[in-house]
Ligand binder design. Structure first.
Ligand code: SIN
Length: 316
């Protein structure tokens, strides 16, 4: 890539990273989970995620809400099992966690403007969310939390995987981290929901059609490649391959090798956990420090999820 006056050359990421480097970094809360008074918590992998049992979510006292927030800060993804969650209770819980956004890209659920039903039917070929991504990074203030509740799912298949982006950042070589400091990525709906996504099938041909309202057709936000989490103070890689078109000031072609290498680095298997759904499971995840990926391996079956998103802060 030709170097131009006043512009730094983009760093080259060696990939794959050495296994020593990956194995040396632990996400400590997985190995020393805190004790909670309102529920039982069991980590799902060495990287992130925890299963929560022994609580209900229809009565939300202060202690329960603050323990949920603390567990999210530690584990990034929480899987509440065997919860009978009505749409009203889902909205009520989301509101306790912050400002609930009406998601503009799909028709909301009847009578519940803050909820979207994500429905895959037996004839669908592609699925919604079938690439590593973080939700709605095209927004100036992208959602901090997503609450996804399983209404119906296949007996096998349709899992969702997550990847810990603190670990992704921590395991980058120091010289690459230095080069990435201050670099910003352009996130656009054109890439996420336009020709690129139609070509890759990542946001099309599901029973829940994604349609981009005119005022959001070319929604663009520019966010840092590494963001600092406002609660934990830790740095996380913030590269959303599905929506990030280019580094600020660089063309898409120039940006592609590094963007793709960082995207692949963020999804290294040692950074992940995988959740198998069953009806009555609620997942809450933190989009500021975790990527997710909906597996498309249940052709011919139904999968229905109910989703709410809670507004976050502008990434810094
Ligand atoms: C999403 O990407 O928000 C949905 C993930 C899923 O359906 O598993």
């Amino acid at each position: 890539m030709p170097e131009q006056p006043g512009r730094r050359p983009l760093p080259h990421l060696r990939h794959p990273q050495s296994h020593d480097m990956i194995a040396a970094v632990l996400h400590t809360p997985q190995f020393q989970p805190a004790r909670y008074q309102c529920f039982d918590l069991k980590p799902l992998s060495g990287a992130l995620g925890a299963e929560i049992t022994g609580t209900r979510l229809d009565q939300l006292d202060e202690r329960l809400v603050s323990e949920i927030e603390a567990a999210l800060a530690d584990h990034l993804v929480l899987a509440f099992r065997d919860i009978d969650l009505s749409p009203e209770s889902q909205v009520a819980l989301a509101r306790r966690l912050g400002n609930v956004i009406e998601w503009p890209y799909a028709t909301p659920m009847a009578d519940y403007p803050e909820l979207t039903e994500l429905v895959s039917g037996p004839r669908d070929v592609n699925n919604f969310g079938g690439s590593w991504h973080t939700d709605s990074s095209t927004f100036e203030n992208p959602p901090k939390y997503t609450l996804l509740y399983c209404v119906d799912c296949p007996s096998v298949g349709g899992d969702t995987s997550f990847a810990n982006q603190y670990l992704a950042w921590d395991t980058l070589p120091e010289d690459v981290k230095t080069d990435l400091e201050g670099l910003r990525l352009v996130h656009s709906t054109k890439r996420g929901f336009g020709d690129h996504s139609r070509a890759t099938g990542s946001a099309s041909a599901t029973t829940t059609p994604v349609s981009v309202p005119t005022q959001h057709e070319n929604l663009v936000s520019v966010h840092p490649v590494a963001r600092t989490h406002p609660v934990t103070g830790k740095k996380a890689l913030y590269v959303n391959s599905g929506f990030s078109s280019q580094f600020e000031g660089w063309s898409e072609e120039e940006s592609q090798p590094l963007r793709d290498a960082l995207g692949a680095h963020g999804a290294i298997p040692e950074f992940t956990c995988r959740v198998t759904w069953r009806p009555g499971t609620l997942l809450i995840w933190d989009n500021r420090c975790a990527l997710h990926y909906a597996h498309n391996d249940y052709r011919g079956q139904n999968r229905t999820m109910r989703r709410a998103v809670v507004e976050g802060e502008r990434p810094i």
